[in-house]
Design a protein around this ligand. Sequence first.
Ligand code: C2E
Ligand code: CA
Ligand code: CA
Length: 786
Amino acid sequence: MTTSLQSLSGSQELRLLGLAALLALMATVTTIDLLQHAKGGGGRARRVWLATAAAAGGFALWAAQVVALLADDAAVPLGAVPVVLSLAASVVTLAAALRLALDPRPALRMTGGALLGLGVLAPHDLDLIGGATSLGDLARVGAGAGAAALIGALGMRLAAGEAPGRQSAGSLVLVCAGLARYLGQRNLVHQDLPHQGLAALSDDGIAPVIGVASLMLLAVVLATLAVDRQARRRREQQDLARSLADASIEGIALCDGDRIVTANTSLAALLGCPAERLRGRRLGDLLEGEGQARLDAAEGRAVAVTLVGGRGERVAAEAALRPITVAGRPHRALAVRDVTARLEAERHIQYLVHHDALTGLPNRARFNERLEGAVAEAARGARGLAVLCLDVDCFKEVNDTCGEAAGDAGLRLIVRWVERALAEDQVLARLGADEFAVLAPGLEREHEVSGLAERVLAALRPEIWRESGLPALTLSIGAALFPRDAQDAAGLMSRAEAALAAVKAQGGDGFRIFEVGLGAELRERRGLEHDLRQAARRGEFALVYQPQIDVASGRVVGFEALLRWTHPERGQVPPDRFIPIAEETGSILAIGEWVLRQVCREAAGWESPLRVAVNVSPVQLHHPDFAQVVQEVLHETGLDPARLELEITETALVREPARALVTLRRLKALGLRIAMDDFGTGYSSLSNLRVFPFDKIKIDRSLVRAVDENREAAAILRAVLGLGRGLGLPVVAEGVETLAELAFLDTEACQEAQGYLIGKPLPIEAFGELTRLGPAAQARGARDAA
Ligand code: C2E
Ligand code: CA
Ligand code: CA
């Protein structure tokens, strides 16, 4: 279907050129638009849009070229094969150019632009080169192509960029590339190739048809593009909304009526199931019980609900349901906040309010609550209960001397072992620093309560302290019974505390059940405490001396100094009564120092160098300054340290063996001697004798009593004497009251003796002869005194 082309009139030519220019511009703008759109999409969408751009743009550019050539009155290759070929070439070139233009690297983009510039009108170039042309013509075509490539490169660089203004500018520059190309060929076509195309299109009516068809094609493409743009924008908006919703910590669901349309990941995580699985589910299914009804009723306010998770688990939450409009339709937005952590924190605070942080035990407030409850319940059930108040003996001292860490560890150890001694329904609580209490429901008989108290005391065995390396602590326990001793919780506590105070008054480390008369006892103790503080100042203290003899020779070798207190109203108060009080109140430190100074001064004044023994309380021994005080007193009084003996009971070592050892060594370094007092009453441990630097063992008078008659006592005494021999320590027997006892000690080779038989404790003046005279008179004097 080849026809010859008619000459076109000037105005016709212009119109066609205008149409070609319009087509070229439209094609370029559309192509660049599509290119930008393809860039925004990914994967398949990108390829589809790129292909559309290549197809539509390629066709339109091709059409522009044909129309321009027709306007030039040129022979246009519009036969079936050349048409298809040139069209295909245009589309393929554009596709390749656009593919390159998509690349982020500017060099490749520019290459794409150059390709585009070269590609436009390229089919016609072939046509031209195929025809007989001069070298000059070829050069012109080449120059046009080169210019088009350069301009195209520049145009694409602009057009493929991000800024919209540059894109439009780029499109215009690209059109210029086409123009350059066209100008390079224009005259050639016009002059040298009249009607010589391979297949010439001669119908002048075809140009407008092609032009309009291409324009329509471009219009359709642009319309599609607009629709897709809108869809894409909507998708982006949805994505944005979803990302925002997913970013929220709160669970969010959009509901259409009762049905969930969409839910965010937080809600999915809260419910433990994928967000997709929530879509379409009924809101009510996610909430336990009347949750939805409450949400509806709350009208947008937050209410506490329980969510039902994917595996049926319950999650405590706070939720609000609010009306919103989505796409013009009323919906509801559910916002959910997980309050598990907050509830957990609240529970923890509650726990802290009611428990002691160190031991985890209920505190005083909690204990009082429980006690009140237990009393009410016991009253209803006509049953009894017992309250035990526990107090750690000398805790303050341990805390002060060993540090709070050791004190805390000691308390924890006590709690651990006391708890083991308790039955399931018995509650241990910490009421204060070193105060504890036990509530024992159902315990109503005295012997049951004593049994419990004994178990608790026995739980703190010496081994647990030794193993832990902590200073040993003991407990004092006071108990009261409901309903016998009091009818209410407060009364019971005060009775148990009174019983505890009575135990403390007796030196602690024991227990007592409340009894009528305790009050008077305690009042007396308070009175003694008070008077004891004044005693030294008022000069109510005095010292007596009890002689000690060498059993074999009968010679007096020394004295034990014993303290006496003459109370202005009560008269003589025995040391067994007031020393424990002085120890507990701490006044023993001053009293003990007074005793030491008195004794040393006294002994330093004797003519005969007799030994003198001074009793040292555990409280003194554990005081960090004790060795220092002794050293000062020795220095001050001038007493030869070798004449001073300090009597220390075994119990003083147990609490804090390491510290005691250090003090004993420092004392020994002063040159004095240490005697273990009251051996046979406490632990009587061989290891204590070995570990601590003792110089002497004093056997308690309970072991000496009737040793001549009682076979068992005799056996024990022999064993202790053997022990002393084995360790190379001399033994002093205390409390010798009869000649038979003394004779027994003599037979068993006990080194020294002390007791009423030899001499009662008396003021030192009574022993004037002994302290002044030589050895022979001393022995005589001792017998006289007895
Ligand atoms: P202790 O150290 O065992 O003192 C010996 C106690 O036995 C003294 O009682 C003494 O009078 C008594 N005694 C001596 N010979 C006999 C005897 O043949 N038969 C009997 N039945 N008793 C005898 P005292 O003076 O009442 O002292 C009691 C305790 O008071 C002492 O026991 C000692 O632990 C403590 N004590 C006395 N003075 C002081 C002191 O100055 N400082 C300290 N820390 N404690 C002291
Ligand atoms: Ca003693
Ligand atoms: Ca003793």
